[in-house]
Ligand binder design. Structure first.
Ligand SMILES: Cc1cc2nc3c(=O)[nH]c(=O)nc-3n(C[C@H](O)[C@H](O)[C@H](O)COP(=O)(O)OP(=O)(O)OC[C@H]3O[C@@H](n4cnc5c(N)ncnc54)[C@H](O)[C@@H]3O)c2cc1C
Length: 378
């Protein structure tokens, strides 16, 4: 039975998953408030691949036109040998994949995707400078406490607070992240620095113990992005803002194809961070509190599907909550978890092996998925 008033849901974290959830829940008439610890949104210099599966969700949130206009539309994700350049597997995207999977595959600037998601949530529903410090169940709902001294109460809470989720700690206790012993360098920079030198649309260069992925993030090829993965077990800083040393990066990719070395030679500066993941959790929800996105299924970036999984979560969660009353929230959260856990665990595990598209791969199970129509668990 629908309740007499709209459900109110507090979302902790205004990352990809939190904002997508806010937009999806508002579509079905749920009152949301998003609480974000940062005092402003920063435009982080990174690219992001928006898989066809994520684009299907974003389309229904009204963001397709904007993202097509701002992002690069690659003909493929090519996979080459680091030294010989031999093509291992060319995963064709472009129009044929769009027709097959029902949505385009886009390569975006991370800041553009984040801004697009933020545009789908009116600013009065996002409270910046609100770092969650505690949750308490009370008769009138869940009480949230913030570091700035404020409190708020909602019928339910979604912890979309990322890989180091406090909401997860509150629900299920602390467990350390899994440091993979590998680090990533990444940056975006103006393609003009390449002085007319042209790179391919999107290529992953597979080395023996390292790789680099390079692609354009703007429709006019005006901005280049790359991200690497290589061993460095002692480095444990996992932050979007930590800097790396460009000379060390260049040395680490010496001997790679000239397309790689040309891109690294003109790279002005670079960020560096430790690659982490977690094992699949057995539970995401407890009562009227659930986790979503990296808070419950963080993964290595090797399939370029972490944000896509958070965005899919948002659509499925909105379907589970649509039209229900307050007393049915806990069941809806269990249903959400039951619908999503197997898929996200499979993506986490596949991503960890770093074999995605390295050779001919059946990618249909990832890209054909439609979070708006996939059957919900009983
Ligand atoms: C190198 C790299 C490349 C990647 N490339 C891709 C890609 O190409 N495609 C793809 O789909 N995915 C990619 N990913 C994965 C993707 O970035 C993540 O999966 C995605 O950001 C998860 O979204 P989220 O909303 O769950 O978490 P986040 O984006 O981490 O957002 C969490 C938010 O919660 C806030 N927060 C945290 N704690 C609190 C608190 N206590 N109170 C209030 N707010 C809080 C944080 O400030 C943050 O804004 C990549 C990841 C990495 C590391």
């Amino acid at each position: 039975m629908p309740g007499s008033r709209a459900l109110s849901i507090a979302i902790v974290g205004a990352g990809m998953g939190g904002l997508a959830s806010a937009a999806a829940l508002r579509r079905v008439g749920i009152e949301v408030m998003v609480y974000e610890q940062a005092s402003q949104f920063a435009r982080i210099g990174a690219g992001i691949q928006i898989g066809c599966n994520a684009m299907k969700v974003l389309r229904k949130l009204g963001l397709e036109e904007r993202l097509r206009a701002q992002s690069f539309y690659p003909r493929s994700w090519n996979n080459r040998d680091w030294r010989t350049g031999e093509v291992k597997f060319d995963m064709i995207f472009g129009e044929s994949a769009e027709a097959k999977f029902g949505a385009p595959y886009l390569l975006a600037h991370r800041g553009d995707l984040h801004a697009a998601l933020a545009s789908a949530v009116p600013p009065e529903y996002v409270r910046l400078g609100h770092k969650l410090t505690g949750l308490e169940e009370r008769a009138d709902g869940i009480r949230l406490r913030f570091a700035n001294g404020e409190t708020a109460t909602a019928d339910a809470v979604i912890g979309a607070d990322g890989v180091h989720s406090l909401v997860r700690e509150i629900l299920f206790g602390t467990s350390p992240v899994n440091f993979t012993g590998r680090i990533a360098y990444r940056t975006t920079y103006p393609a003009a620095l390449l002085n007319g030198y042209k790179i391919e649309d999107c290529t992953k260069w597979w080395g023996e113990d390292r790789h680099i992925v390079i692609y354009y993030v703007k429709p006019d090829r005006s901005e280049v992005y790359f991200v690497t993965s290589q061993p460095e077990p002692e480095f444990r800083i996992e932050s979007w803002s930590a800097k790396g040393n460009v000379k060390e990066l260049r040395a680490a990719f010496e001997g790679f194809d000239s397309q790689v070395t040309n891109v690294l030679d003109v790279c002005p500066d670079v960020h560096k961070w430790a690659i982490v993941d977690r094992n699949a959790l057995t539970r995401w929800a407890e009562g009227n509190v659930t986790l979503l996105g990296d808070a419950c299924h963080p993964m290595t970036p090797y399939m370029a599907q972490g944000a896509a999984m958070a965005i899919e979560d948002a659509a499925v969660l909105s379907r589970c909550l649509e039209g229900i009353g307050r007393d049915a929230i806990a069941d809806a959260f269990r249903r959400f978890e039951a619908t999503r856990r197997e898929r996200t665990a499979r993506v986490q595990e596949t991503s960890r092996t770093n074999t995605w598209l390295r050779q001919r791969t059946d990618a249909d199970w990832v890209y054909a998925y439609d979070a708006w129509t996939t059957p919900l668990a009983a």
